[in-house]
Structures are given as C-alpha cells and as structure tokens.
Design a binder for this molecule. Sequence first.
Ligand code: FE
Length: 207
Amino acid sequence: MTTQGPHPVSGTFPRSDEEIAARVKAMESILVEKDLIASDAIDYMSSVFENELGPHLGAKATARAWVDPEFKLFLLADATAACREIDIGGIQGEEMIVLENTEDVHNVVVCTLCSCYPWPVLGLPPNWYKYPAYRSRAVRDPRGVMAEFGFDPGDDVEVKVWDSSAELRYWVLPRRPEGTEGWSEEELAALVTRDSLLGLTDAITPE
Ligand code: FE
C-alpha cells in the first residue's frame, strides 16, 4: 500500500512501501553478497522483531505493575531488572527507566538526537518517532503533539518530556484506567497501547 499525504506529526511525505521494500532488498543483497551477514541471520532477526518483541511486552509489564504493588515499586526503581524478572530484556534495553504517570504528572518520551527506543518492551520505533518534526515538537509543544494523537492530559496536569539516549531509554507506566477493578493481567494488558507507553495517550478506558 502506498501512503498518501503528509504525516500528521512530522509533516513529511513518507516514501511508498514499494520504494522502502526495494531499498531494503538491495541492502540485504549487498550485505549477503559481501559475506557481511548470512541470509538466515536476517530471517531470524526479522522473525524476532515481527513475532517476539513488541508493545505487548511493555503491556504485560504494565499490567503486572497495576496488579502487583511490589512489582510496580521494583519496576520504578530498576526497570531493567524488574523486566528481566518476567523474562523481558535484550539489546537496546540494557538501561531502561520507567516514568509513572499520576493524576498530577504526565510523562512523554522522545529521542531528540535520533530514535533511541526501548526495543525489548516496545519493539522497533514507528517511523514518525524518527522524524525531526516529532523529535523537536515533542519538546517544544508536547501538548500539541498529544492533541494530534487525540489526547489531552488536562490543563492542571504537569507535562514532563524525557529525552532517551543510547545509554538510557525511557518508557511510561500509564495510569490504570478506572472501571478495571478485579480485571486479570491479560485483560488489563489489552488496554495498554504503544502510544500510551510513550506517554502520547493514556491507556484505553473500557466502555
Ligand atoms: Fe536516539
């Protein structure tokens, strides 16, 4: 599918999927041809990123923190170690810090320099996370960016923006939605979205 029109956050026109696929194929062919990487290694990595890493793992950790106060304290004190305890971890997640959203403070995550992102809990970053417009606007006008995601944290809530780096990767512990008392971890995890783990929205509130 070809994406039409400028991206709402970045204002840039993305390349077509066909063009990106052709570029990736060309790079893969060169790397394999020059013996820099084996094609089964590429298949393995693709499979890991498609099937194993992703926001469902951040959602799992979040749901655990919502139901288990001790785990929540551990997660906020040492996110990397807490995630390891529930078998979540790996490259680009060696030093993670979790920021707790409260009724007074709402946290937003960006990497102003490039696209640093906690892979083990979120998978690979979406394209807009890498665009210069997001990286600058998230700092200058975080409320405006959140509005484009359909979210308003409220005027009386302090918004804090956190700049991830190669050494330190932030993610957000969203607030547990109201009306979820007694829900199982699996049910709660289904309310946690990628965007809420970046602080661009809240978790989904059930009807
Ligand atoms: Fe970066």
